[in-house]
Design a protein around this ligand. Sequence first.
Ligand SMILES: Nc1nc2c(ncn2[C@@H]2O[C@H](COP(=O)(O)OP(=O)(O)OP(=O)(O)O)[C@@H](O)[C@H]2O)c(=O)[nH]1
Ligand SMILES: [Mg+2]
Length: 291
Amino acid sequence: MLTTTPDKQTIEELTSRTRLPVGAPTVSVVVPTLNEERNLPIVFGLLPDGLHEVIVVDGRSTDDTVETARRLRPDVKVVLETRKGKGAALQAGFAAASGEIIVMLDADGSADPCEIVDYVKALTDGADFAKGSRFLPGGGSSDITALRRAGNAVLCWVTNRMWGSSYTDLCYGYNAFWSHCLPVMDVDCDGFEVETLINVRIAEAGLDVAEVPSFEFDRIHGESNLNAFRDGLRILRTMAQERAARRRARRSEGQALAAARRHGTVVALQTDAELADEPATAPALADRLAA
Ligand SMILES: Nc1nc2c(ncn2[C@@H]2O[C@H](COP(=O)(O)OP(=O)(O)OP(=O)(O)O)[C@@H](O)[C@H]2O)c(=O)[nH]1
Ligand SMILES: [Mg+2]
């Protein structure tokens, strides 16, 4: 709380936490909701000014979440999820988003909407994907249990070993990204494994990731929908599936290369040799791809 009249610089610092800078790219905020009627007034009240759109994805709430969202923010876009789960809700929200930047924000009050400004800055500074981390200096959590912290640390370590990433946090739902990441993420899972799936695919594609220190508060009202054991297993299964998909992709790449070498036929791809008016042979192309 301020005890003296703030000077100009203090006012600027305070208000810049609650509004996007002039000329910032358009920002869509996607908010999956399941019975969050009592949390939405707080979450929406802290959203920064200057957003392009706020998208609430619902469909299964039995309270007045959707009506509350519309009352608080008459311009809110409401999308109805077609299947159960946070991953399914995010898929529907991403499909409806039209901003240049998309932010994933939980509606339970655990994520500070003012941090959106920090995520947008990380993206305009050059990152493709701004990934929240509770384990960087400046971040933290009052919500995470010892079991979840340990599970997250192990899964994060395994992911870094398998995908060459340097993530400090894996299972955290507060992230933002440029819309060009959507085809890479290609979200096709329905549950809480969605953050892992996204992080793994972003790492696999070699996109530029900036981690943003983030503080996770306790859910304000209501019950968590996450089950550490059940959802931990889903996360492990997702990692195994992504790994297998990578092996399959590498194998078929190798088979294509081998076939190109074996047949030595002329291929229709434009190579340097073709640009120089020389015939482009499959072996030449295979050598270039293998180099
Ligand atoms: N639309 C939709 N939203 C969901 C669904 N399940 C969870 N959510 C929302 O997704 C966000 C995260 O869900 P939480 O239950 O808080 O789970 P969590 O944050 O991963 O876990 P906690 O740390 O225990 O809170 C919240 O905004 C939920 O309302 C669902 O099936 N459909
Ligand atoms: Mg939560």
